[in-house]
Design a protein around this ligand. Structure first.
Ligand code: GRF
Length: 212
């Protein structure tokens, strides 16, 4: 069974969704760069080992990433899952975990990389927004996409209401993506593309506002 380490910085609701999803893997540790991350308490309540690697205690990104990698490797992790981990990782770190490092981002990438995605989507008046799970590459929020969920943007939405709608879907697609990786049903191929043996489903179109 694959060993998974989850990295967080705060609330940890995606981490919690992963812990509660009964995935075919062993979640061996949750690591935070902030000692006050509330997600650490949730992890402890689930009986998961926790560790803090504070970015403040390291001179620069390179030193921080090296310390982080040492802790991750101490848990013999096969997969590293970023769940609200708010640090930009250096290229050597990302390359060390090529094909083993995934992230969830609160937008339909490649739209709205970076922060404040919900505010920017509302400002632009898009009618469909969502979330993305992707492999991490050195390009910020630019790695190959594994799964996405789309939600409508509604009249009267605020960043908070839109974020809540997107977050519900994050909690559905992140466990799904990790399940695929754990079962080796999805992987990053040598050309840097997402490959897998999952059958695509036709599904239905999300049209927003709806037709009537
Ligand atoms: C989520 O919206 C995630 O997509 C983004 O940061 C947020 C973390 O939330 N990367 P939580 O800590 O998982 O509750």
């Amino acid at each position: 069974m694959k060993k998974v380490v989850i990295l967080i910085s705060g609330r940890g609701s995606n981490m919690q969704a992963l812990l509660e999803a009964k995935l075919p893997c062993e979640i061996v540790a949750v690591i935070s760069n902030r000692a006050d991350a509330t997600g650490l308490d949730i992890a402890k309540a689930h009986g998961i080992a926790t560790a803090v690697v504070s970015h403040r205690e390291h001179a620069d990104r390179t030193a921080f990433d090296m310390a982080l990698a040492q802790v991750i490797d101490g848990f013999r992790a096969d997969l590293v899952v970023l769940a609200g981990f708010m640090r930009i990782l250096t290229t050597p770190f990302v390359e060390r975990y090529r094909g083993k490092l995934i992230n969830i981002h609160p937008s339909l990438l490649p739209s709205y990389t970076g922060v404040n995605t919900h505010e920017r989507a509302l400002h632009d008046g898009v009618k469909i927004h969502g979330c993305t799970v992707h492999f991490v590459t050195p390009t910020l929020d630019g790695g190959p996409i594994i799964i996405q969920a789309a939600v409508p943007v509604l009249r009267g939405d605020t960043p908070a209401s839109l974020s809540a709608r997107v977050l519900r879907e994050e909690h559905r697609i992140y466990p799904q993506a990790l399940r695929w990786l754990c079962r080796e049903q999805v992987w990053l191929d040598t050309a840097g593309r997402v490959a897998g043996n999952r059958l695509e489903q036709p599904g239905v179109a999300l049209i927003s506002p709806g037709l009537n």
